[in-house]
Design a protein around this ligand. Structure first.
Ligand SMILES: Nc1ncnc2c1ncn2[C@@H]1O[C@H](COP(=O)(O)OP(=O)(O)OP(=O)(O)O)[C@@H](O)[C@H]1O
Length: 268
């Protein structure tokens, strides 16, 4: 029913988000009919999408929609029960060779408060065969003011910037950010967006981030995937989703509210 970024919201509720496509060739990430259950609870239900190289993609959806489950499957931390998954050409369930080519920022990274950002960067430089220099990281992620301060003594926004920098220390081809701006104030959040844009422009090619902030998705993403109750409600550019939601939608926030409630209504 849908290939890359077509929109399936007009389909009957039971079919919303379902797709018949095999994992897309050349896509950085491809899910085809992926299912995942925890006991009797189905967290992902026939989820299909492709992420082409070079995109910044936002993954949005209500609490419990299955976003983290999706990201964890991509990282190889969880295994899909059914369907096909490809990340950088590998099936994470059987081939972990792609892991050194991705970067990950998990929700609210916990650091040892007595160590500095520089200490962490030096540690990660010993772990990865290929790494950015400290100077390059300080410039790119704007760390100079706090790189040598204990992480327990810097602000939450500054710690998030260290976490983002560490996610990209290995010059990854694909970066996964799970709610990277959670807890940041509006000014810090916008500063963080600027750094993400800069990182993307300077060659961190493909990024996927989850968020509950529609203005964040609108500001950063070339594509948005909307997930609700384990199903993809709609996916496409912001303009496509706003248009799909109809005349009452003026922005992504409106589109999200309309499309998610339409999907919940249809599923009832
Ligand atoms: N280990 C687990 N055992 C049982 N149920 C789980 C487990 N992990 C997640 N779930 C359930 O699966 C569903 C999807 O969870 P998931 O964390 O993927 O959603 P999410 O979209 O990331 O939510 P949030 O926005 O709140 O972080 C939820 O109903 C959650 O309670």
């Amino acid at each position: 029913m849908q290939v890359e970024y077509s929109i399936a919201v007009d389909a009957p509720a039971a079919e919303i988000g379902a797709a018949d496509a095999a994992p897309g060739r050349g896509a950085v990430v491809a899910f085809a009919d992926v299912c995942k259950s925890y006991g009797r609870h189905r967290a992902l239900n026939r989820v299909s999408f492709d992420i082409p190289a070079g995109e910044i993609v936002a993954l949005v959806g209500p609490n419990g929609a299955g976003k983290t489950t999706m990201l964890e499957i991509m990282m190889g931390l969880r295994r899909a029960d059914d369907g096909a998954v490809s990340v950088l050409g590998c099936d994470p369930a059987i081939d972990r060779s792609y892991v050194s080519r991705i970067g990950v920022q998990i929700q609210q990274t916990k650091f040892f408060g007595s160590l500095s950002g520089r200490d962490y960067i030096r540690f990660f430089q010993r772990v990865y065969p290929r790494c950015l220099s400290i100077d390059a990281m300080v410039d790119e992620f704007e760390l100079r003011a706090f790189i040598d301060r204990p992480l327990g003594k810097i602000s939450g926004g500054e710690r998030q910037r260290i976490a983002l920098a560490l996610a990209m220390i290995n010059e990854p081809e694909f970066v996964i950010l799970d709610e990277p701006t959670v807890g940041l104030d509006p000014i810090m959040r916008r500063e963080f967006w600027a750094i993400i844009r800069k990182a993307h422009a300077s060659g961190r090619k493909t990024l996927l981030f989850s968020t509950h902030h529609m203005e964040e998705a609108e500001a950063l993403a070339s594509r948005v995937i909307m997930l609700t109750a384990g199903r993809i409600v709609a996916q496409g550019s912001v303009a496509q989703l706003v248009s799909l939601a109809g005349e009452a939608a003026n922005n992504l926030d409106d589109a999200y509210n309309i499309l998610v409630s339409k999907s919940a209504g249809g599923a009832a």
